[in-house]
Design a protein around this ligand. Structure first.
Ligand code: PLP
Length: 395
């Protein structure tokens, strides 16, 4: 007998993947230029030129056995020093190189952090709408994902709703800001409210409740919005970061974890992170891209393109009668479907070759996600289709 839960997981592809595959088929049938695929979150802006230069420089000038060899499990020490220095320069967070663990992207930052903390029966809380893989990651370690509804008017966390969901079994809260799929950035006031509540609850239950941040979109913010750095607000914080979106390197699999050294037993928690990485068989993050990340940290792809896309799409959709909270970051628009059933709405959108993702798996039935990490030209060409779709619902 094999592991049935894993078999089920392998057989069931995500809604996003299904729509993406449908789009590929449709593109072959009617031509790529006639399909308006807004399904997937693959950065559409290339990595900055400095990434290419750094790769070439490393390949040409660094000793090949070292460059392509194993690093120590938490990562190369010079890389970890460079990342800690950047974090301290930028956020003044008092982080040491020894607190950094290099990972293969945000997904691994999460699976490792969750495995490092979870005991059978623990609860991990997150907020709707949420990245659907959280459920997979949490359930894989025998824990339960508890979902708490965000405020519908602005998708900020309502602290009193959160309070009702916290129990003796709560091990951690997973925070994703800027958020996939809403694009919302949690305000400092919201963060402070969550942290104050958790401090209280830790005292009440007499054990730690951790915050795990999932922040692959940290730098993808528009209009000078600040994204609070959690280590400066809450001691029991584990930061999960990825370069997938900021440097447009999702296929290269590179990111890191920071275990705040301000938490109690920080070295034991860090050891648990190392143990979880080991148990999951990660060995070490890609050696070449650890070095690329260290040298290019602080730079980003040309984010002005995403801002242009957001402004164009948001303005146009509002004009056509759609409703959504204006996103401050990431590259998604989270829109109310024009009928109750978002799946039926997405089916109807296909008539106009518009590929949108229903948000049921994100914990928000009745909404759809539109990924605007596409060319601005695709958005311009798709606008009449969005307008026609809205008109169908006018009477
Ligand atoms: N978390 C969120 C919220 C995401 O949107 C994604 C990818 O889209 C991930 C994690 C996984 O990112 P990575 O490719 O760095 O593993």
């Amino acid at each position: 007998m094999i592991a049935e839960d894993m078999m089920k997981l392998g057989k069931k592809s995500s809604v996003i993947r299904e729509i993406f595959e449908y789009g590929n088929k449709r593109k072959q049938e009617i031509g790529a230029e006639n399909v308006f695929d807004f399904s997937i979150g693959n950065p559409s802006v290339p990595a900055p030129e400095s990434v290419k230069k750094t790769i070439l420089d490393l390949v040409e000038n660094m000793d090949a056995t070292e460059l392509h060899g194993y690093t120590s499990a938490p990562g190369d020490m010079e890389v970890r020093k460079a990342i800690a220095a950047y974090i301290n320069r930028t956020f003044d967070a008092g982080v040491n190189a020894e607190d950094i663990y290099m990972t293969v992207g945000a997904a691994a930052s999460l699976t490792i952090s969750i495995k490092a903390l979870a005991q059978q029966g623990d609860e991990f809380i997150t907020f709707t709408p949420f990245f659907p893989e959280y459920r997979v990651f949490v359930e894989a370690v025998g824990a339960t994902l508890v979902t708490v509804a965000s405020r519908e008017e602005d998708f900020q966390v309502d602290v009193s709703t959160l309070e009702k969901a916290i129990t003796e079994k709560t091990k951690a809260i997973i925070l994703n800001s800027p958020n996939n799929p809403s694009g919302v950035v949690l305000t400092e006031e919201t963060i402070q409210g969550i942290c104050d509540l958790l401090e209280e609850k830790q005292k009440e239950y007499g054990h730690a409740i951790y915050i795990i941040t999932d922040e692959p979109y940290r730098e993808l913010v528009y209009d000078a919005i600040e994204v609070p750095y959690l280590i400066n607000y809450y001691d029991n914080t584990i930061v999960g970061y990825s370069f997938s979106k900021s440097l447009s390197l999702p296929g290269e699999r590179i990111g890191y974890i920071v275990v705040s050294n301000k938490m109690e037993q920080a070295r034991d928690v860090f050891a648990a992170v190392c143990g979880a990485g080991r148990a999951l068989g990660y060995v070490c993050a890609p050696s070449l891209f650890q070095r690329v990340a260290a040298k290019c940290i602080g730079q980003t792809s040309d984010i002005s393109i995403y801002k242009r896309n957001r402004d164009l799409l948001y303005r146009s959709l509002e004009k056509y009668g759609y409703h959504c909270v204006k996103p401050d970051g990431a590259f998604y628009l989270f829109v109310q479907a024009l009928e109750e059933d978002a799946n039926a709405f997405c089916e109807r959108a296909k008539k106009y070759e518009l590929l949108l993702v229903p948000a049921d798996d994100f914990g928000c039935p009745g909404y759809v996600r539109i990924s605007y990490c596409v060319t601005t030209e695709q958005i311009e060409r798709a606008l009449p289709a969005f307008e026609k779709l809205a008109k169908e619902y006018e009477h």
